[in-house]
Write a new protein. Structure first.
Length: 595
């Protein structure tokens, strides 16, 4: 443990047994479930997860090498809590929300649950009062605001459970992270506040959500949309592109604040993402996207039990910004690694294993995590939302394993990634027959009220073309495509157009990495128009082989080359004109299949 900061000992309980991250201790004064304790001379952080008589079972959040029976264990008298404040924006933290951006060779173990505010504290945050002394303030009311580099409308609010007259409200100017902003009903309100990560923050009511979270990814926005305040999962085996898809959504989705959790993933992938965030321009402010992103990095080489806490820390951070009336998105990559941490700890704790060794509480733990999403009316009367998007990494691509199976029960949208599509270099490799969007009808109604009444019909037609192309394609593999009627050959052609022109999207193309709703609708309409014209030509007797031999590149490459809806429509008109010219050939050409 050389190099770790050391703290004075405060004898209380004593370590009885150490088994990896599991520690048993006896005689802890004031031992309470879920409270944080400090273990040994280095005050390693741990959480009490079980109490039997005088024996407390503790899960530790650091490597326990050097901890021995007889070492002191002291209760801090509080559960694992997140330090919530403006310092979160643009920061990189570990699973316990200890700052990593300016950390030394070792994190401060004693900081878990009561972290310093980190970057920006010394210089102070630009505070502007939005209330006055003598005002009556309730929980959730605004006391002031903070100017942030990321353009986020950060508000300093009265904490839950506090109400009364405002006194001692500080004036405008730089405010330190731990500075008292005001006194409300006799309770001091500081710029940064603490909240237990496993306890959802309160709100007035949950609202029905019909608005979509626009992601800039066509396969999502056109076929499998997620509602604002909804939940989505991305299951897929190794190499299917989960991380790239989630990073694209992180970069481009229309959210006020992004909370990205690298939960047990490879460090090089997370480092690459941080580099991209630092370079990517934010279309809202012209700065970098990193300034309105909170990154919680708990990679595979970091403490395993901190991984288990990381998704709760992320949910709490998102609720903090939701309470300000903002739209937050939590991206968890991946919940499978989090579940593996639960499995390892339950095994060490001697719990009876359930399916594939996971604890019996796995389903309820997943449900509790996703239930913290939603569109709500906050305590202050604002409307804010949290959208949860979690990756699932089933071992061997087995979609029936417990984490994937349970997750599908609790999410409203599923983007199932297909290995065959990924191997064919079709990205995003979202399977159109294995994915679903349970909120599609309400989102279609929202589009109808907001200028796109054809959205639901367009989506239904695209899904129908894909399903029919798959059905007929299976016949073609048996019989050969030339044995099929011209109408069915056009079904296969239409499916190809939908897949390559609409669903396929390049993350490395400057023009196609993001697709706005108007251009996505224009591309879908162009493909539908071309598919209809092909069917009409085949119905008039034009040889199916002649239609298939046409150069469809103007439409197929429109996504990467046509930057506006007008340019997309121009390419569609060019393609339609070429198909119209086939009518001059008439019916009865060589090789014409039966109509």
């Amino acid at each position: 443990m050389t190099g770790r900061p050391r703290h004075p000992e405060h004898p209380a309980g004593r370590v009885r047994r150490v088994s990896g991250p599991l520690v048993e201790a006896t005689g802890i004064a004031g031992a309470t479930m879920s409270h944080i304790v400090a273990i040994g001379p280095d005050q390693l952080p741990g959480e009490i997860v079980a109490i039997s008589g005088d024996v407390a079972t503790i899960q530790t959040y650091e490597y326990t090498g050097g901890v021995a029976p007889g070492d002191p264990v002291v209760s801090r008298g509080e559960p694992l809590s997140a330090r919530l404040g403006p310092h979160l924006l643009g920061g990189v933290f570990d699973g316990l929300l200890r700052p990593l951006s300016d950390a030394g060779p070792w994190l401060d173990p004693a900081g878990a649950g009561r972290q310093s505010a980190g970057a920006g504290q010394a210089a102070g945050f630009a505070f502007t009062p939005r209330a006055a002394d003598g005002d009556r303030a309730e929980a959730g009311d605004r006391l002031g605001s903070i100017a942030t580099a990321g353009g986020v409308g950060y508000l300093v609010l009265v904490p839950p459970g506090v109400a009364g007259r405002v006194t001692g409200l500080r004036g405008a100017g730089p405010a330190g992270a731990d500075e008292v902003i005001a006194t409300v009903g006799g309770a001091e309100v500081r710029l940064t506040q603490s909240w237990p990560v496993r306890v959802p923050r309160p709100y007035l009511e949950r609202l029905d959500s019909g608005a979509p979270l626009r992601t800039g990814q066509r396969v999502v926005d056109v076929l499998f949309p997620v509602a604002l305040g909804g939940t989505s999962a991305v299951p897929g085996g190794f190499g299917t592109g989960k991380t790239v898809l989630l990073q694209q959504i992180t970069k481009w989705c229309e959210a006020d604040v992004i909370v990205y959790v690298g939960c047990g993933e490879r460090g090089n992938e997370l480092a690459e993402m941080l580099t991209d965030l630092a370079r990517l321009a934010d279309p809202r402010t012209g700065g970098t996207l990193a300034r309105r992103t909170v990154v919680i990095a708990n990679t595979s080489n970091m403490p395993m039990m901190a991984r288990e806490a990381s998704i709760y820390s992320a949910a709490t951070v998102a609720e903090h910004f939701r309470d300000m009336g903002l739209n937050a998105v939590v991206v968890a990559d991946s919940t499978s690694r989090w579940a593996e941490a639960l499995r390892e700890f339950s095994a060490r704790n001697g719990e009876m294993p359930a399916e594939e060794g996971y604890p019996a509480s796995l389903a309820s733990a997943l449900a509790a995590f996703y239930s913290r999403a939603g569109l709500v009316r906050t305590l202050g009367g604002r409307t804010g939302s949290i959208t949860m998007i979690g990756a699932v990494s089933p071992a061997g691509g087995d979609m029936t394993e417990p984490v994937t199976a349970y997750t599908q029960r609790f999410v409203r949208t599923l983007w199932a990634l297909d290995r065959d599509l990924a191997y064919a270099r079709h990205y995003p490799a979202v399977s159109w027959d294995g994915s679903f969007a349970r909120d599609a009808q309400s989102i279609g109604n929202w589009h109808a009220r907001n200028g796109d009444p054809d959205w639901l019909v367009r989506r239904s037609r695209l899904a129908g073309l894909l399903a029919e192309a798959d059905r007929v394609g299976a016949l073609a593999e048996v019989m050969g495509i030339t044995a099929l009627p011209a109408r069915q050959r056009m079904d296969i052609l239409a499916g190809r157009l939908v897949r390559e022109a609409v669903l396929q999207q390049s993350a490395i193309s400057a023009a196609d990495a993001y697709c706005d709703p108007a251009r996505a609708a224009a591309l879908a309409d162009a493909v539908l128009a071309v598919a209809d014209r092909c069917q009409q030509a085949a119905g008039r007797g034009v040889d199916a082989a002649l239609i298939e031999a046409q150069d469809f590149a103007p439409v197929l490459r429109a996504g990467q080359e046509a930057g506006t809806p007008e340019q997309v429509r121009a390419r569609a008109d060019q393609m339609l004109a070429a198909l119209d010219a086939l009518d001059a050939l008439g019916a009865g050409g060589p090789g014409r299949g039966p109509g």
